[in-house]
Design a protein around this ligand. Sequence first.
Ligand SMILES: Nc1ncnc2c1ncn2[C@@H]1O[C@H](COP(=O)(O)OP(=O)(O)OP(=O)(O)O)[C@@H](O)[C@H]1O
Ligand SMILES: [Mg+2]
Length: 383
Amino acid sequence: MGDLRWVLAVDHGTSTTTGAVADVDPDDGWTRVSTVAVDGATELPSVVLSRTDGAVLAGRPALEAAHAEPQAAVLRGRDYLGAATGGRDDALLATWPRPTTAVNVATALIARVLQAEAGRRGSAPSVLALVHPPSWTDPATGRAALTAAGRSALGAVPGAGDAEVALVPAPVAAAVRLGGSGPVVVVDLGGGGTEVALVDRSEGEHGTTAARLRPGTRTVDVGAESLDDALTQLVLDRARPALADRIRFSADPEAHRAWFWLRRGVHDAKPRLGTDGYVDIAVPVLPPENPGPGAVRITHDDLGPLFAPALEQVGAATVDLLGDDRPPLLVRGGIAALPGVRDWLAARTGCALAGVEDPGAGSTTGLVCGAAAWAADRASLGR
Ligand SMILES: Nc1ncnc2c1ncn2[C@@H]1O[C@H](COP(=O)(O)OP(=O)(O)OP(=O)(O)O)[C@@H](O)[C@H]1O
Ligand SMILES: [Mg+2]
């Protein structure tokens, strides 16, 4: 009888949450890794919404409900998890309709991924690996909070009480997915910020890649969410002034909904801005200031002045971290997909790009797949 155990990895990010699973293929005994689909997608928006009837929604359903009730939704909860402890004193991110901390948000999102996979398999994982930013070096904050969220999420799955919660730094997971040996510098252009870290790869005991994070990482305040904020302001600058004023300054629920809808439109349009060079953003209908549908165009040229100084900061921080070394460079994270970002950073730092022949290594789910492989090794799956 083969090894029926399986392990789960979850990357709860500021913008998106992803999951991957590893188990042993009964036919050949090899470890196999695959992404976890929730609501038919491999990426969940990191949104949690509490309904007044007591239900807590996480991921896509929370985002959809948030369009009608943005005040009940918590977004960017991960931004606050780094300072949380998992204890009673953690800051409340929302008080209505129920008190919600960053740990509650993380729990709800991790639990969605866990329940999806455990439900499909009818069993519990032996390891739950949770990805954390490399800058979380203090075990009492961030890491403690994430562990608490993992334990609570496991509590929602029958038979999962014995599962181990294991934490893995994001660049280690990325390096395991990349494979190979020797140093690699990982630049993760995430939703909340950018983290730069050096990882040493070596041949693991079982033919897998082992990776070790070097101390001393760099954090730069450059992320997709603040780019969304800046682009949303740009759209408002080009919209009817009365509409822009109402969305920016009015506290009425309709204006709040319009702001949420507009910002989400900008968020969803970013990939097309990259591929097509321009995108027309629909402006919300909000009578009397804006009685009918309209659109504002933003182009790739608009992105330059907003994003170029930010990218320069990332390049400078990377060079600062590297000193005289020029290891291969893995650029990942959502905005790494914008055209020219990887090549620009390679030129700025003088490092050769890693993972060029294997785009999966830098893809959205590459990191969480690396975390699942890391967890499989930890659990000695198949051995
Ligand atoms: N093709 C694309 N072009 C531009 N932006 C994109 C693309 N794909 C995703 N993004 C943006 O990247 C962001 C998500 O990036 P990512 O998944 O790396 O963040 P995260 O892991 O949630 O955040 P963090 O790691 O900072 O906690 C989203 O804001 C999304 O709009
Ligand atoms: Mg991330």
